[in-house]
Design a protein around this ligand. Structure first.
Ligand SMILES: *[C@@H]1O[C@H](CO)[C@@H](O)[C@H](O)[C@H]1NC(C)=O
Ligand SMILES: *[C@@H]1O[C@H](CO)[C@@H](O)[C@H](O)[C@H]1NC(C)=O
Ligand SMILES: *[C@@H]1O[C@H](CO)[C@@H](O)[C@H](O)[C@H]1NC(C)=O
Ligand SMILES: *[C@@H]1O[C@H](CO)[C@@H](O)[C@H](O)[C@H]1NC(C)=O
Ligand SMILES: *[C@@H]1O[C@H](CO)[C@@H](O)[C@H](O)[C@H]1NC(C)=O
Ligand SMILES: *[C@@H]1O[C@H](CO)[C@@H](O)[C@H](O)[C@H]1NC(C)=O
Ligand SMILES: *[C@@H]1O[C@H](CO)[C@@H](O)[C@H](O)[C@H]1NC(C)=O
Ligand SMILES: *[C@@H]1O[C@H](CO)[C@@H](O)[C@H](O)[C@H]1NC(C)=O
Ligand SMILES: *[C@@H]1O[C@H](CO)[C@@H](O)[C@H](O)[C@H]1NC(C)=O
Length: 821
């Protein structure tokens, strides 16, 4: 740890004085690398077959090769610990050595730094690295960044082992430091819940599951393991977390964010960034996080990805901005702007959003990147610009975008050069962005050590990490209904299991794993290479027996077995578990028109409910909350597992069989009708809130009873917070991880309609059978302020109800009074 500080310091001296260098970039001389190598560490990989002498892969290549290599996955490991107790984040001022490097660059070199291309541009038609292409692109356009994983862009392998990924990234870096501006590239990747694009890396449950745990340690762990495994591959930048709030249940990307509540999202985002970044200016097992999508992306009116959003500024400030603010408080290094438009204005060229709001009001000092192709989209898709030069001009002159994720071309660099040369864009604007990019590279250690750290590779897939992912999954499964104690299932019960998602690791993981749209049908479970288990595998592990399973319907809910056969099997069973899944998808590919469930699947359950007396358990393992209709009444038990990930199979089985008592809560409102697709629990108090399942709903197998709430004062005034406490007793026989959620409701709020409830705090504690635990919260008048029409934050006096566990059977409440002074 000391030596890293030392080398950072030395680097400054060398940069200024130019002596003692090991490798001379021709611009600034790089010091001895802290890890002790000047050339890339050679990571040998098993070469691809020569494809029977064919130069290029066939056009249609559905089943990519399986990488025969696996990480060593040492069972346990220790990494150096860095102090993470203080805020580490981007500064406005550049370090002196970064400034020297910036000043040494030509206009062309600066413009190149501002471009990010996808890695497919570095591959040949054989799906392997094309050194000629890498050299040409870097030499001619001096690009500063690359992103993505090869499997999504014509790569030979369906997913790269960390060795192969590092071999590729190191090869590219060794070209980058000799060609073009001779500055190493920064590599970005959608590591959204663990390094989901690296073979063997520990994939965590989807962020929506992390939210359901109401335990932010899992957001931290998912970030921290994800950072390490990403860094093992030679990648430095994770495009996560999403700080969007889930406001539109039709939208395909809800599983990627942390639910519908701004406070919950903020807490999870904060810890996820801490996990990803930690002490990232020193710790080389960390990456830069990137909060996205700034802003308003998650509420498309008709539910389709990238469709227009219309959000009054007051609402934007009250609900959408706070999680981003929390991310900036955490020290997030980078931000990604949102696709599309907000209130009619195109975001990627909006001065109001990307300068006034992000830089001037929120004080964000780090690097701002566009989402995929958003500069080109101005003239190609949104028609807000005449051509690429006009698009680039608007982005540069009106916003503070630093890097354009052009993805497939270098036009942005060319336009930038043209615009500066013709005097339309001042060089100071270019300096501003390139300075931030170079500083980010220095902060991440890329300028000192462009290569991957090979000692991290052996830790990828360690049992130590897998246990953290399993724990997260265990705490993320929501028990919503349990009539007549149908759950947990006893090992003696004869159970019929129905549904394709039970037999698939990919279906319970979702998109952004292996591939952009998830593992493919052809790949099945094989592509996970043993890194994970299906729910059926989990059940077998617990019962030690074969499982009475029939697919019934495919993952999209279409019939594949004779339904009379299901009826026969159901009649012979003590219980039937129907698993209702959803084909993995995200972005536009995941667009849907209705939350109605596929007809065949619905009928399969309805038949059994109407024609047998066998109790039914619904197990939901899906991205979106499909409407349950009558099934919610006919089922005795309902479990919502969302997308627990490749290590969630065992966790789901443990919950089903009562090895673990469930402890999760709904992080979003589960609608009953399509008309409720945009219903959230913080709807105005007079509005109807009668969804299928409420926000915060969920229970365990134990009877947990709560004492009365005590407050140390019933008068709440600005500057003097009150403390609130309540005691929970576990009257059951299981150990219970119990979350207590504290909500407030302002009963009267003059002029502004109060919301039904607002979550202000939550805690989770482990309570042994027979034990009682006290939950303590504090509440300030400032937390009860809201944004008024003038966009000021105000408090308005009135009676306030404090409710613990609103929407649950054991909820408790008490009354206080909020004063303005
Ligand atoms: C990548 O692997 C190949 C094949 O083993 C090897 O020749 C090459 O040196 C490796 N490159 C790097 C940068 O590790
Ligand atoms: C950005 O930098 C300025 C100047 O150094 C500093 O005052 C401000 O607090 C920084 N913003 C954040 C969010 O850290
Ligand atoms: C590699 O790139 C060069 C230059 O772009 C191109 O001419 C060549 O065809 C590419 N090779 C393959 C195998 O695609
Ligand atoms: C771009 O900046 C100009 C000049 O400040 C302003 O008139 C225009 O509204 C801005 N456009 C956008 C999309 O913000
Ligand atoms: C760069 O811009 C110039 C001027 O508009 C244009 O003539 C040239 O074709 C562009 N080059 C590329 C590679 O797009
Ligand atoms: C921008 O950078 C150049 C060196 O690349 C420097 O000469 C110039 O002073 C800077 N301009 C401004 C306005 O910051
Ligand atoms: C499910 O079956 C339907 C009807 O046969 C078919 O169109 C669809 O592609 C299948 N979906 C999956 C994911 O297998
Ligand atoms: C839960 O336990 C408490 C305390 O023993 C008891 O009063 C209550 O009736 C129980 N509730 C249920 C639903 O069994
Ligand atoms: C109530 O508790 C809070 C938090 O512990 C404390 O700051 C406050 O002074 C207490 N108020 C009273 C009236 O005791």
């Amino acid at each position: 740890m000391k030596s890293l500080v030392f080398f950072d310091f030395i680097w400054v001296l060398i940069g200024v004085n130019g002596f003692g260098s090991v490798y001379n970039s021709g611009k600034v001389e790089f010091s001895e690398k802290p890890l002790g190598y000047k050339e890339p560490p050679i990571i040998n990989v098993i070469e691809a077959s020569d494809g029977n002498g064919a130069t290029c892969l066939p056009n249609y290549y559905p089943l990519q090769d399986y990488d025969p290599m696996n990480p060593k996955s040492v069972p346990t490991y220790n990494l150096p610990k860095y102090d993470e107790s203080f805020r580490v984040g981007p500064n406005l001022e550049l370090d002196p050595d970064v400034k020297i490097l910036l000043d040494s660059l030509t206009l062309e070199e600066k413009a190149g730094q501002m471009v990010q291309i996808q890695v497919g541009m570095f591959l040949g038609c054989d799906g392997l690295i094309n050194v000629t292409a890498v050299e040409a692109i870097i030499d001619e356009w001096k690009i500063g960044s690359v992103f993505e994983a090869t499997q999504n862009h014509g790569g030979r392998w369906n997913i790269n082992s960390p060795q192969r990924f590092a071999n590729l990234s190191n090869t590219i870096q060794s070209i980058a430091i000799r060609k073009g501006s001779k500055i190493p590239l920064i590599w970005g990747l959608d590591t959204i819940r663990g390094a989901n694009y690296v073979k063997g890396a520990t994939t965590f449950p989807a962020p929506v599951n992390i939210a359901a745990t109401f335990n932010p340690i899992h957001a931290y762990n998912s970030g921290s393991i994800g950072a390490k495994d990403t860094r093992a591959a030679g990648v430095h930048w994770a495009y996560s977390p999403l700080a969007d709030i889930n406001r539109q249940k039709l939208w395909s990307r809800n599983f990627e964010n942390f639910g519908e509540d701004p406070f919950l999202v903020g807490q999870m985002v904060y810890q996820n960034i801490k996990g990803l970044q930690g002490n990232y200016k020193l710790d080389r097992s960390k990456v830069a996080a990137c909060i996205k999508h700034f802003i308003g992306y998650s509420d498309p009116q008709n539910g389709k990805d990238r469709d227009p959003t219309h959000i009054p500024l007051q609402e934007l400030a009250e609900y959408f901005i706070p999680p981003f603010k929390k991310a900036i408080d955490a020290g997030v290094a980078t931000v990604m702007e949102a696709f599309g438009q907000l209130n009619g204005q195109s975001i990627a060229i909006s001065k109001k959003i990307l300068r006034n709001l992000l830089r001037d009001q929120l004080n964000f000092n780090g690097t701002l990147i566009t989402d995929w192709g958003e500069v080109n989209a101005q003239w190609e898709r949104y028609f807000t610009a005449f051509d690429i030069d006009d698009s680039t001009f608007q982005a540069l002159s009106n916003t503070s975008i630093d890097m354009s994720m052009t993805a497939d071309d270098i036009e942005y660099a060319n336009s930038t050069i043209n615009l500066v040369k013709s005097g339309k864009i001042p060089i100071s604007r270019i300096n501003e962005s390139v300075g931030r990019i170079l500083q980010l590279k220095k902060d991440l250690g890329i300028l000192q050590t462009p290569y991957s750290n090979p000692s991290l590779i052996d830790t990828v897939g360690s049992a130590q990490d897998v246990e953290l992912a399993r724990n997260a999954a265990r705490e993320s499964i929501i028990l919503l209904k349990n009539d007549c104690n149908v759950l947990p299932i006893s090992k003696k019960d004869k159970v019929l299991f129905v549904g394709a998602a039970l037999d698939s690791i990919g279906y319970i993981t979702g998109a952004w794993s292996v591939h952009w749209q998830g593992a493919t049908e052809l790949e099945g479970n094989d592509v996970f290479g043993g890194y994970g288990e299906s729910i059926l595998d989990g059940i077998k592990k617990i019962t030690g027996d074969s499982v009475n399973y029939i697919r019934g319907y495919n993952v999209s809910g279409f019939k594949v077995d004779d339904y009379d056969h299901i009826l026969q099997l159901a009649r012979k069973a003590d219980k039937v578990v129907f698993c209702l899944g959803e084909k993995p998808s995200t972005e536009g590919i995941g667009d849907i028109d209705t939350l109605s469930m596929a007809r065949d699947q619905y009928e399969a359950v309805k038949n059994v409910a109407e024609q047998t007396s066998t109790p039914i358990i619904l197990l939901l393992a899906q991205n979106r909350p499909f409407l349950l209709g009558e099934l919610s009444k006919s089922a005795c038990g309902i479990i919502n597992a969302n997308l627990p990930g490749p290590y969630g199979g065992l966790s789901v089985a443990e919950i089903l069989y009562g090895e673990v008592s469930p402890s999760a809560r709904q992080p979003y409102t589960y609608p009953k009708f399509d008309s409720q697709a945009q219903l959230v629990y913080y709807t105005p108090i007079a509005n109807n809130y009668d969804p299928e399942f409420s926000f915060g709903q969920g229970m365990g197998y134990n009877n947990i009873s709560y004492s009365q709430i005590t407050v140390n004062s019933t008068d709440l005034r600005p500057g003097s917070p009150i403390s609130i406490s309540i005691t929970a007793t576990n009257n059951g026989k299981w150990i219970q991880n119990e979350p207590a959620l504290m909500f407030t409701t302002q009963k009267v709020k003059r002029e502004y309609v109060p919301e039904r409830h607002r979550l202000r705090s939550f805690r989770k504690q482990r309570i042994l059978p027979g034990e009682s635990k006290t939950f303590k919260f504090s509440l300030s008048a400032e937390e009860l302020s809201f944004i008024d029409e003038k966009l000021d934050s105000v408090t308005s006096e009135g009676p306030v109800i404090i409710t613990i566990n609103a929407f649950n059977k054991n909820s408790m409440s008490t009354l206080i009074y909020l004063h303005e002074r």
